[in-house]
Design a protein around this ligand. Structure first.
Ligand code: 4NP
Length: 152
């Protein structure tokens, strides 16, 4: 199984999902390939947001090696599932995908926990570091659910 998580900048939300799910897969000996990307190019080549890195480290998740990259058309061929972390992100993904066929691989991340509710992972970028804590906790809960949903 090859999973790609996508948010806007690939520095806050999708790296959290990537590194949390990677750790859970290691613990459960699941041989999944997991990565993340952003729809925008503002932060390409940068590390994850320092606030998110600090919050994740408190829970034993090390995102310090992350380097942001932008979503490309090739990702739609390579990955089995592309998880969009927010509804506005799904719109941006569709602008890159430019086809209904490619969009068939795109699923809502939040739907794994709240099917059909059109929920989004809140964007913590504009707030302070404390705002990253509930985002981390939510992303972790959804990642747990992804493992359950796919291991059934
Ligand atoms: P992310 O957060 O999509 O979770 O990585 C953001 C990071 C940067 C910006 C927006 C969201 N920005 O506008 O630069």
């Amino acid at each position: 199984m090859k999973i790609l998580f996508v948010c806007l900048g690939n520095i806050c939300r999708s790296p959290m999902a990537e590194y949390i799910l990677k750790k859970k897969c290691e613990e459960k000996k699941l041989n999944w390939e997991i990565a993340s990307a952003g729809t925008e190019n503002y932060h390409v080549g940068e590390n994850a947001d320092a606030r998110g890195i600090r919050i994740a480290l408190k829970s034993g998740i090390d995102m310090r090696k992350h380097v942001a990259r932008q979503l490309t058309k090739k990702d739609f061929d390579y990955y089995d599932v592309i998880y969009s972390l927010a509804t506005n992100v799904t719109h941006e993904i569709s602008l890159i995908a430019k086809s209904d066929e490619r969009m068939k691989k795109v699923k809502s991340f939040m739907d794994e926990l709240y099917p059909g509710e059109m929920k989004s992972v809140p964007d913590p970028w504009y707030g302070d570091e404390k705002g990253f804590v509930p985002v981390f906790d939510l992303v972790e809960r959804v990642c747990e659910r992804i493992i359950l949903n796919y291991s059934e």
